[in-house]
Design a protein around this ligand. Structure first.
Ligand code: SF4
Length: 441
């Protein structure tokens, strides 16, 4: 790693950037401002923690901007076993999170279009197209992404990542570590666990080579402990949706989940979620709900529609509907119990083989049924995501089962999590309107 790059890193990140972001956040906390178009008549003011979320995300991308040459950089899939890389000092970037940010900032059509012009089909996941477009054009709403020294793809979410990361590996000419996770039909078999653990062991020597240092197992254990603490706190946070009125909606959860995806294993993340939990508990004590007049409570299945978060929150909020839980945000909390710092590699293997997308449609249906009861829900919206086939498969059956077993309305809403070209405003509005009527029947 180079001296000039390190000096640049320290000056731009530590000396000027981070103190400025800290100051900006303190100002926002001292003089909170409600966004001008915020519908105060239907939604409570934004959570105070928002200023800290903004600071954390900005810091993360700021560090990335100056990471190249100062520390090793890895690009990782969202379900990737990241703790080993963190223990080796990698700066870790998640292209899917960057894709989500591009969705919120309205940059997907342009970036994805660049990938499509280069021959990548519109049928490929919009996260992949957005990332490839960003790589080919060098454009990103965050200014600059660091070039990876290493890529890590884990198939526990889908097979798309395998082909996507192969494209990245060819483009950047860097090593690609693939962690293949066999599907879990009923329970994790010893054979599958051993297979994943072996791959993790093999990945360590490649990662050490790229990082230029040896893995310190004591440090790895510490990181796993922090990951577990953050994940447990996240689980507590989303469980607060059980209160009536719910102090947090899933639209807030989608925004505040960035650190659990992107910054697991860091002290700041644990502190951040402890603060968020405190704020929610204060709001519960005050009887303050995310939706002012909560009358109905829903479950959201699948990824968010990043470019329509505000619209959906307001449309539903206008009718006194709060979406209080989601299988997607739950996926980032439900694995906490599997993390065990005393058995680092085995627990990493067990945790990363068990995400919802690696466990089949029955597991997802059972999760939804449990949530309908625990959160006392009146209905379900299943986002049929054009991009994410593994998440969307089986949704028609799941919707029918939910209707039959609970007698509650369940809506299949067709869209795409990142690409607004696969979203029709009028169609969604009319489907939502009939769904809201059904909820009131
Ligand atoms: S297909 Fe689904 S799981 Fe795979 S990268 Fe896209 S959104 Fe993620």
């Amino acid at each position: 790693m180079g001296m000039t790059a390190s000096l640049k890193y320290y000056w731009n990140v530590k000396v000027t950037g981070q103190p400025f972001l800290y100051w900006q956040r303190r100002q926002a906390e001292r003089y909170p401002r409600i966004p001008s178009r915020w519908r105060m008549d239907i939604l409570s003011p934004p959570l105070r923690i928002g200023a800290r979320t903004k600071e954390l995300i900005s810091r993360h991308y700021l560090e990335g901007r100056y990471a190249s040459g100062h520390r090793p950089v890895a690009w990782v899939t969202s379900g990737g076993p990241v703790e080993i890389l963190q223990a080796l000092g990698f700066y870790v970037l998640y292209p899917e999170n960057h894709g989500a940010l591009c969705g919120v900032r309205g940059a997907v059509v342009e970036l994805s279009g660049m990938a499509e012009n280069a021959g990548y089909s519109t049928d490929i996941c919009s996260y992949a197209r957005t990332d490839i477009g960003s790589v080919l054009s060098g454009k990103t709403p965050v200014g600059h992404l660091p070039k990876p020294d290493l890529l890590l793809a884990c198939t526990n979410i889908c097979q798309t990542v395998l082909y996507w990361y192969r494209v990245l590996a060819r483009h950047f000419e860097v090593p690609l570590i693939l962690i293949d996770t066999p599907f879990v039909y009923t329970k994790v078999s010893d054979h599958a666990l051993g297979y994943v653990k072996k791959q993790l062991e093999n990945s360590i020597s490649i990662s050490e080579q790229v990082a230029g240092c040896r893995l310190d197992y004591r440090h790895l254990k510490q990181i796993i402990r922090l990951s577990k603490d953050a994940t447990e706190l996240w689980q507590e946070i989303i469980s607060r949706g059980r209160h009536q009125p719910a102090p947090i909606s899933v639209f807030d959860q989608f925004i505040h989940m960035a650190p659990i995806v992107e910054m697991r294993g860091k002290k700041e993340t644990v502190y951040f979620y402890a603060e968020l939990l405190r704020e929610l508990d204060e709001n519960i004590a005050k009887g303050k709900g995310a939706v002012r007049n909560e009358r109905k409570r829903l479950l959201w299945d699948n990824l968010p529609i990043w470019y329509r978060l505000r619209y959906l929150a307001e449309y539903l909020g206008e009718h006194g509907i709060c979406v209080v839980s989601s299988t997607y945000t739950n996926a980032w909390g439900e694995l906490a119990s599997l993390m065990n710092s005393e058995k680092p590699l085995e627990s990493i293997a067990r945790t990363y083989i068990s995400p919802i997308l690696n466990q089949g449609t029955k597991y997802k249906l059972d999760t939804m049924k449990r949530m309908v009861k625990e959160f006392q829900l009146d209905g379900v919206i299943l986002h049929s995501d054009r991009s994410c086939k593994p998440y969307s498969i089986g949704q028609i059956d799941q919707r029918n089962k939910l209707i039959q077993e609970f007698g509650i309305p369940a809506l299949l809403l067709e869209a795409d999590h990142d690409d607004p070209r696969a979203y029709a405003d009028e169609q969604v509005a009319s489907r939502l309107a009939s769904f809201v009527e059904m909820l009131d029947d």
